[in-house]
Design a protein around this ligand. Structure first.
Ligand SMILES: C[S@@+](CC[C@H](N)C(=O)[O-])C[C@H]1O[C@@H](n2cnc3c(N)ncnc32)[C@H](O)[C@@H]1O
Length: 252
């Protein structure tokens, strides 16, 4: 399943965009962001920006936004959409979550939708190390007092949230490192049952495609988790100090 998605990110940006343009027809994603932070005037990063869902949502309100993704194909679509938006406060670049071409402490907000989890999913043997590298990169680029906001799946085709098996290490890790969370509905509204079946089969596979047809799901229910964490300069400074004193003790 995640291999199928990796291929989609490499070569099917337009079809991915066709799918997610139907997602969250009720507008719960921007509402969830606004409940956490006021985005107006901030310098923002969108990590794993894909075809630009969150970037295009935030660009009209923020001071600047940089969209990063590992896939040039996904960013091609993102760039095309930004170019017709008439805005000029954006930048789009290929970059990995763990190594961003961004100056230290120059960012006021990081958002990432359905993406950081791939560090765990695609690195089953070293998932903790990869996630820690990403969190270290967040502490490097963010200003003290800034937020990270993540969206991740809690079930497509589900009325109420479920923990997905392939994210079973990732959800508790987020809690362990201090993320708070809530969940929202991000249901898709398709134009026809044919479109619903075709696009859900394309991205989520045959099992969901069959279910969409059987249940006549022109509105496909979906639950999404929102995780957020404030990066605190003092906290990180204290952590660094206690790490140093632990290291000193173990050396001495
Ligand atoms: C499900 S898509 C989400 C795209 C977009 N955020 C959205 O909300 O529609 C996941 C994206 O994460 C990107 N991605 C996965 N691992 C990445 C990594 N380590 N660094 C940067 N991008 C990554 C993929 O290329 C893909 O575009």
């Amino acid at each position: 399943m995640s291999d199928q998605q990796r291929k989609i990110y490499q070569s099917e940006g337009d079809r991915y965009e066709a799918l997610i343009s139907r997602e969250d027809y009720q507008g719960n994603i921007p509402r969830a962001i606004d409940e956490i932070v006021s985005v107006d005037g901030l310098d923002v990063l969108d990590l794993g920006a894909g075809t630009g869902r969150l970037t295009l949502m935030l660009a009209p309100r923020v001071k600047s936004i940089r969209a990063f993704d590992a896939s040039a194909e996904m960013l091609r679509v993102c760039r095309e959409r930004l170019m017709v938006s008439g805005l000029s406060n954006w930048q789009v670049d290929v970059a990995d979550h763990r190594q961003l071409p961004v100056e230290d402490h120059s960012v006021d907000l990081v958002v990432s939708g359905w993406s950081v989890s791939y560090l765990a999913v695609w690195n089953p043997d070293s998932w903790r190390r990869e996630l820690e590298k990403w969190l270290g990169e967040m502490k490097r680029v963010l200003n003290g007092g800034s937020f990270i906001i993540l969206f991740e799946s809690l079930g497509t085709g589900n009325d109420s949230p479920i923990q997905l098996d392939h994210l079973k290490d990732y959800y508790p890790w987020l809690e362990e490192v201090g993320f708070q969370s809530k969940w929202i509905r991000t249901d898709y509204k398709f134009e026809s049952i044919e479109e619903a079946e075709e696009l859900s089969r394309f991205f989520f596979g045959n099992e969901l495609g069959d279910k969409v047809r059987k249940n006549n799901w022109i509105i496909l229910p979906e639950c999404t988790g929102v995780w957020w964490k404030k990066i605190s300069v003092n906290h990180d400074f204290n952590v660094t100090l206690s790490e140093r004193s632990l290291r000193a003790k173990s050396l001495g």
